[in-house]
Design a protein around this ligand. Sequence first.
Ligand SMILES: [Zn+2]
Length: 74
Amino acid sequence: MFTSARDLGYTSVEEFKEQTARKVRDLRCPEHRQPPRLRFHGVSLRDVSIQMSGCCGKLIALANQAIAGRSPQT
Ligand SMILES: [Zn+2]
C-alpha cells in the first residue's frame, strides 16, 4: 500500500515520517495483537511513499485509516 505524502499536506519528509510513525505507534491488530510495520521509500516529499506490512488485511486497513487521518494539531 502506498500513500502520497504531499496529498496529506506534509511540508517535509522528516515531518511526514515522524507524524506517520506516531499515528501507528499504538496501533495493534485486534485479532493478533501485532503492530504494523512501516517502511519509507524516497528522499523528497515528491517521491516518498510508505510500504506497510502486517499480520493480516484488517491491520493494514486500520493502519491505513490511522495514517490517512489528519493529525490533531493540523
Ligand atoms: Zn492481524
